[in-house]
Design a protein around this ligand. Structure first.
Ligand code: PNS
Length: 163
């Protein structure tokens, strides 16, 4: 049985993330989406909100679970008894950072492998940061995120980007 973790900030989850979730949930028997609770950053959505949103938009995938984590990814993987990490690669610019993370994680936890999926072409340009910027300036983000996320971002922005 292959249990994999797809870790990330997911602030917010985009259609690009969902594409990776859908495709990796077909490869793994069980996929845990790990939402990083990074106290150093000030996210648009709290970790609890990001988990809730992810639960909602992935509910059609029966083998996908959402969990938050703090600290090292390798420790979270151990806790979950997962031996595979899934990451999406959009472009060559992602490669250096991703390779560094994968190699470091593998040195810390030799039985943990990182599996890369190339992002579908229509999402190759997409990032959570871009989505937030477009939304902040009143642009249309409906092609980039699920409708629930679009709604939540609009609400958050109308509250003056307060958490
Ligand atoms: O969506 P992101 O922000 O690109 O995801 C990055 C993430 C969460 C996968 C990465 O920052 C991470 O694994 N953080 C946990 C801390 C950790 O283990 N750092 C060492 C990795 S080399």
């Amino acid at each position: 049985m292959v249990r994999a973790i797809y870790p990330g900030s997911f602030d917010p989850v985009t259609n690009g993330h969902l594409d990776i979730i859908e495709r990796s949930s077909r490869v793994a028997d069980e996929l845990i989406v790990g939402v990083l609770n990074n106290r150093a950053k000030s996210p648009l959505f709290s970790v609890e909100e990001r988990v809730k949103i992810l639960e909602e938009v992935t509910k059609k995938f029966s083998n996908v679970r959402i969990k938050s984590f703090t600290g090292l990814l390798v420790e979270f993987a151990k806790e979950c008894e997962a031996h595979v990490i899934v990451r999406g690669l959009r472009a060559i610019s992602d490669f250096e950072y991703e390779l560094q993370m994968a190699q470091t994680n593998r040195i810390m936890s030799p039985n943990l492998d990182t599996m890369f999926l190339t992002t579908s072409l229509e999402y190759a340009y997409l990032s959570s940061t871009t989505v937030k910027e477009v939304a902040e300036f009143g642009g249309d983000i409906s092609a980039f995120v699920p409708s629930l996320v679009e709604k939540r971002i609009k609400e958050r922005i109308s509250q003056g980007l307060k958490k």
